[in-house]
Write a protein of this length. Sequence first.
Length: 416
Amino acid sequence: MILHIIVSMIMALNVTLALPVFLERRMESKAVNAVSGILLYIVSLFPIIPDFASLFVMFCIAFTLWVLIFFKGSLLRRIAFSAIFFSIIGAWSYLTVYCVVLTARFDTPMWMDLTLLILISVLCVAYFSLFRIYVRNADESSLDAFTPRLWGYTAFIALCPPIVILLLVSSPPKNPIHLFLSTFFVVAASSAMIPMIYQIGRSNVLSMENQRLKERTGYYKEIEKEQVQIRKFKHDLMNHFTVVATYLDLGENDKAVEYFHKLGAEFADLTKTYTKNPLINAVLNSKYQKARIEGIELRIRADADTSALEESTDLCTLIANSIDNAIEAMPSDRKIDLTLTEDGDSFLYICTNHYSGELKEGSDGSFATTKDDGMNHGFGIRNIREAVARMRGTVEITAKDGIFTALARIPMGREA
């Protein structure tokens, strides 16, 4: 059993040092970390013995509880890494215990037992040393790009190697070589999940960056569209002056003044300046025109310094999706209220509209109605939440007493 004790110590030490790369500790304290390491060592001493599945289940439950108690974050993320690390240490534990059982069964000489002890200990140290080197150099930020759905898929896949170990424990192969190969396969498969997770995270980051680039391109097209409208208005200006001149020649001064007012209002609608950011102005003007075409009054109050915000593209995503949702809802009073203001060191964004019918909140945070017109607030809510999260802000989306509200609070990013 000396072999099992040594391997358990190696595993507990390395897992205690490696796991915080993937999961955030619940408490940053040397005393707590020491207690955590000791408890993990005690848990690692659970022997996974062939034909004793109950010990395996106890080991699995104890290790999972250890992760849940000492680390925080997404439940699915913790379960995924619990399964991955349990597969690794469970396979090593099973291998060492099986070797002990095997040597006891055949009554091998002392020198052979000692050789086996040294060999497996060296292999275990080498494996965990390489594992920690890889973990230390890995890009941790890519894990932040995982969605709950991706963590769900990852947790499901990560549970497969422990099932293989359970099968090995329940019905161990008669041929020791088959058992060794199966055990090392579990270790390799679980280890390979780490780079796979990072690769998925990087792919998701690239996908999000491509989406943001596409959105940015779309917003710049809004500016270009706005400029085209202004140029078109200027091109028709001589025709407008001709109409005014005709009214004046006919002595219809009232009609000339009315036409001038109408012309001024139309030009003002095309060139409204809400903020110091031309990209945000273009989006607001575009959505204002879209609402007007639908017969909806978009009332905008903007008194915030949006130049102090770090990323205007994400703010445009927030604005565009919230207004589109409100327009699609077809407000019962045909009005949408939009507020861009400041509250201390935070930028405050509020979009409200009335709705009729019953809204139901889905598991993904979207809202849907049971009305025949199929109004759905859920299409852009995910985009809104992700955009606000990237700006390090918080968003609260509510539907109460016939009023739908999207409220986002975002740090201004000013230097002290």
